[in-house]
Design a protein around this ligand. Structure first.
Ligand code: F6R
Length: 586
């Protein structure tokens, strides 16, 4: 999703901005641009493509000046074109902006500004901010008044950085992340700590409805009423700087291979939070669990595990759906919000709705400084380190471990899980990818994969389908095994591949029957199981383990299969087309 960045200080801004944009590449984008100010002149360059490609062509990092702004765009309003890329200059060229979010009333504002003589070059909603700022700056001649007047007109979600020809920067935040980095003799603005972590780890997480005005050696933060705001400087962990691939070809592969270690760290940095969560759950009227994408799939597993092992009923809600049924949240309940980034707009919206119903919020997040963490009553950290690959891998297994730990507490430690031993069995799967690589070759030219699971293995089938779709662009669908004969069996023929999750649990023999029904229709079967069977055309062995842990060990071979199939298909496993890591728009 869009990343914004700003710099003001004693160094040349453009290389710092380009570097910061590269570090935020994982968020997903389609075009890039930089603008700088030097000798009261704003210069701007932008284009379609990856930061390195565009930089090679038009030398973004050679722009002069010690003040600058930069942006990577993930198109929402208007096609992927050079003109639609940010920064956007105002008509006079004396102000330039970068924006993250959506201005919902941009059409109305654009019409008003056009009637007043302003013209627009792009199809974006963002360009109205630049011209609105110009209008208000010409009216007031004061940056603070300009921002106040401008934000009072904007509807929607936004964070933007504006650069004024007089050498000042201003940035405002409304429901989109914005962080100030405090360097030794400079300041940074960014939507992500990674934008400046190389230069400083002192940061201020701006509150919603606040803006900042920065000069070379000072800054002031105000709320949208113009009142001064007190702030706290947070030390952001240097571990976020550790976002390199090392010896791995891709971040995704590195992150898959880290899982035998990351599962051991889940929840470790927030030790009391799990105990507290169990306590909240025991006394809650209702328990809702929400998330998007992979994090929602974790919620589906949590629901089943809570019920089976702790006899606690929970309801799952897809975050983006809650807005259409806000009354389904009963007052004074608990919402468990699961999100790797802690910045997904849909999840934050679900949290807002739950808070309006006086619910307590428990979040399971990877970034403890994220917006979601700051909105929560209890925060449990996944603690799996930065996840750069767009497809969620290690964050998913860490989410599941946290859910197991909560259930352990809820059951007064009736279920015991030896995570150390489990980690060894995960390592065994990771150490033997050869067979999975071979099977990946078979998927190169196929167009459909169906994935079957029953009981607790069904949400894993859905997650497996999501991984295959994202990484290979093959149509993939998770199906509850028993539903096969109620429709999907019509699709089975020799062109189809079917993955069956068939661990040695209570679903085993029913799933074997489903597999035989598929085999009879000549579809190819990949069996994920700890027991070999002649029904499988390809068998991917998973270790024999405690039944409760099958979901984690089942997904890892599919993460690997999706990754290797992506290589076969020549798609980019780290940055799948059209997707963004942090989905900060609704
Ligand atoms: C799937 C994936 C997405 C995310 C979803 C939620 O591989 O990456 O479906 O799971 O966008 O993101 P978070 O967990 O950051 O809220």
């Amino acid at each position: 999703m869009c990343s914004i960045i700003g710099y003001i200080g004693k160094k040349i801004a453009s290389p710092i901005i380009v570097n910061g944009l590269k570090r935020m590449e994982y968020r997903g984008y389609d075009s890039v641009g930089v603008a700088t100010e030097s000798e009261n002149q704003i210069e701007l360059k932008k284009g379609i493509g990856k930061v390195n490609e565009v930089n090679l062509k038009i030398h973004l990092d050679k722009l002069p000046g010690k003040i600058g702004i930069g942006h990577t765009r993930w198109a929402t309003h208007g096609k992927v074109t050079d003109v639609n890329a940010h920064p956007h200059p105002s008509n006079s060229g004396k102000i330039a902006i970068v924006h993250n979010g959506i201005i919902e009333n941009f059409e109305e504002l654009k019409k008003q500004l056009e009637n007043e003589g302003y013209s627009f070059k792009s199809e974006t909603d963002s360009e109205v901010i630049a011209n609105l700022l110009q209008k208000n700056y010409e009216l007031t001649g004061d940056v603070k008044e300009t921002i106040l007047k401008t934000v009072s007109k904007l509807k929607g979600h936004f964070s933007f950085v504006a650069m004024f020809e007089n050498g000042q920067l201003a940035a405002a935040r409304f429901h989109e992340p914005l962080i100030i980095g405090i360097g030794k003799d400079d300041f940074f603005l960014s939507s992500d700590v990674l934008g400046f972590i190389e230069y400083t780890d002192d940061a201020i997480y701006m509150e919603n409805g606040n803006f900042v005005i920065l000069d070379k050696n000072k800054f002031q933060i105000f709320d949208f009423n113009g009142e001064h705001v007190k702030y706290v400087i947070t030390k952001v962990s240097k571990e976020f700087g550790d976002a390199y691939k090392g010896d791995y070809a891709h971040f995704t592969l590195k992150e898959i291979f880290e899982q035998h270690e990351t599962i051991l760290k889940a929840g470790e940095k927030t030790p009391d939070a799990i105990e507290k969560t169990a306590d909240y759950i025991r006394h809650a009227k209702n328990i809702y669990i929400t998330g998007s994408g992979t994090s929602y799939n974790s919620a589906l597993i949590a629901k089943q595990i809570f019920s089976k092992y702790a006899k606690i009923k929970a309801e799952t809600i897809i975050s983006s759906e809650l807005q259409f049924a806000p009354d389904s949240i009963e007052e004074n309940s608990i919402l468990i919000a699961i999100s790797q980034s802690g910045e997904s707009a849909d999840v934050l919206d679900a949290v807002r709705i739950a808070k309006e119903a006086n619910c307590k919020i428990i979040s399971i997040v990877n970034l403890l400084t994220s917006s979601l963490a700051r909105e929560s009553d209890i925060v449990i950290g996944m603690n799996c380190g930065p996840e750069i690959g767009v497809a969620a891998t290690k964050s998913f297994t860490s989410q599941l471990v946290i859910i197991y730990k909560i259930v352990q507490k809820l059951s007064n430690n009736d279920i015991t899980i030896n995570f150390e031993k489990f980690s060894e069995s995960i390592l065994k799967i990771l150490e033997n990818p050869k067979k999975i690589q071979q099977i990946a070759k078979e998927l190169k030219d196929i167009s459909d994969i169906y994935i079957l699971g029953r009981g607790i293995n069904y949400p894993i089938a859905i997650e497996a389908a999501l991984k295959l779709k994202e990484l290979t662009y093959i149509h993939a669908e998770g199906i509850p095994g028993g539903e096969l004969k109620h429709g999907p069996l019509a699709l089975m023929d020799s062109n189809v591949f079917v993955i069956v999750f068939n661990p040695n649990d209570s679903t085993y023999s029913d799933m074997l029957t489903s597999a035989r029904e598929i085999k009879a229709r000549n579809a190819k079967i990949i069996g994920i199981s700890d027991i070999e069977s002649d029904v499988y055309d390809y068998w991917i062995e998973i270790p024999k383990i405690d039944e409760v842990l099958y979901p984690i060990s089942e997904i890892i071979p599919i993460q690997l299969l999706s990754y290797y199939a992506a290589l076969e298909k020549n798609t980019d496993p780290d940055y799948p087309r059209n997707l963004a890591k942090s989905v900060t728009v609704k």
